[in-house]
Design a binder for this molecule. Structure first.
Ligand SMILES: [Zn+2]
Ligand SMILES: [Zn+2]
Ligand SMILES: [Zn+2]
Length: 358
């Protein structure tokens, strides 16, 4: 192996530049001097120069043509300027993709890309930088604290709003500030009706396909729901076949969701496609083929049983609570009686007189 074949190389970063062994004309040195550089060597081919920057002492490669007609840009000085700009803007400079887009690290630790012009305005105190990741996390936390989930941007395109989904499954666009302050109600289960009595119901619809369908749902007023919301024609073959009173709307919605979960899991083939009832029943889903009516009724029997036993349990608890309150009032009155009376003093029990009474 001959060492004479090894070409001397200059390296900048990860780039290697083989030396192009040729004389450097004197007037090229004059050009370089004027532009703030020193020519170290010719590299790559007859058109390239390896330069040393007077300002920072670092090296760069430039075309002879550029040195002759313009001022080569020192990438190290450029990055120094970018770094100083980022420092002034309160972020860390990580790199630059193109001349105007900076890759930066925000004070929160997240990395992102921003334009030089924005960073200049930030450095001048005219604006701030918002971290999208932190913002998303904050919006999600604010929603989560109220039992909601961020679904995405506002479908109506308002930047002050987002699309959210409530724990009850209801989707709604809500102003971000209202989510923060809680000044809104869920259109699916607003407070007033979550506490009001409701019903689980089953309805039968005779579809144009000749099939009988069962709709299961919950409503404060199932009769009105059938007549004014679900039926498309007053003469329609439709009837309410089962109504189970439930103490609260919240209880009703939970039971209804569970019911659909069970029905879809056990009888997926009985779930009707919307195409079959579109234009006849004003709902998007939750219609089942009446062939599973006995199974649906059995599940509703179970719901009725649970609702009744829950109501009994709550009534018992209420009575117990009433007795507890009555007892507390009595005790308070007893303690207020003057000391020395027949039952005076806290901790004064028969057989264990307190020192004060001895
Ligand atoms: Zn430089
Ligand atoms: Zn962040
Ligand atoms: Zn809700």
């Amino acid at each position: 192996m001959s060492f004479s074949n090894l070409q001397p190389i200059y390296t900048i970063g990860e780039e290697d530049y083989p030396i192009y062994d040729c004389d450097i004309p004197d007037h090229w040195h004059d050009w370089a001097d004027e532009k703030g550089y020193e020519i170290v060597e010719r590299v790559i081919d007859r058109n390239h120069l390896y330069l040393r920057c007077d300002a920072c002492g670092e090296h760069t490669v430039s075309k002879v043509f550029v040195l002759r007609t313009a001022t080569p840009r020192c990438p190290h000085c450029l990055n120094d300027r970018r770094r100083r700009l980022c420092d002034a803007a309160g972020v860390a400079f990580l790199g630059a993709d193109s001349s105007h887009d900076f890759w930066i690290r925000l004070p929160c630790g997240h990395e992102t890309c921003r334009q030089q012009s924005l960073l200049e305005r930030v450095a001048a105190g005219k604006t701030g930088i918002r971290c999208e990741e932190c913002l998303d996390a904050r919006l999600a936390a604010e929603a989560g604290a109220r039992g909601w989930q961020v679904m995405g941007d506002d479908p109506e395109g308002d930047h002050d709003y987002l699309l959210y989904r409530h724990g009850c499954g209801h989707k709604q666009r809500i102003a971000i500030v209202n989510m923060r302050t809680g000044r809104f109600t869920c259109g699916g289960c607003s407070d007033t009706w979550t506490r009001a009595p409701s019903h689980i119901y089953a309805m039968r619809f005779g579809l144009q396909s000749g099939r009988d369908a069962i709709k299961v749902g919950f409503s404060r007023d199932p009769w009105s729901r059938l007549r004014h919301q679900l039926m498309t024609d007053p003469q329609q073959d439709a009837e309410l076949i089962r109504v189970i009173p439930v103490t609260t709307g919240h209880d009703a919605i939970c039971r209804e969701k569970r019911l659909h979960g069970t029905l879809c899991a056990l009888f997926p083939e009985a779930v009707l496609e919307q195409a079959e009832f579109a234009g006849q029943v004003k709902v998007k889903s939750e219609l089942y083929c009446a062939s599973i009516a006995p199974e649906i009724m059995a599940l509703l029997d179970d719901v009725a049983l649970r609702v009744r036993s829950l109501a009994r349990h709550r009534a018992r608890q209420a009575r117990r609570q009433e007795r507890r309150i009555a007892r507390r009032i009595k005790n308070r009155q007893r303690r207020k009686r003057p000391a020395g009376g027949p039952q005076a003093g806290r901790g004064c029990r028969a057989g264990h007189p307190s020192p004060a009474n001895e």
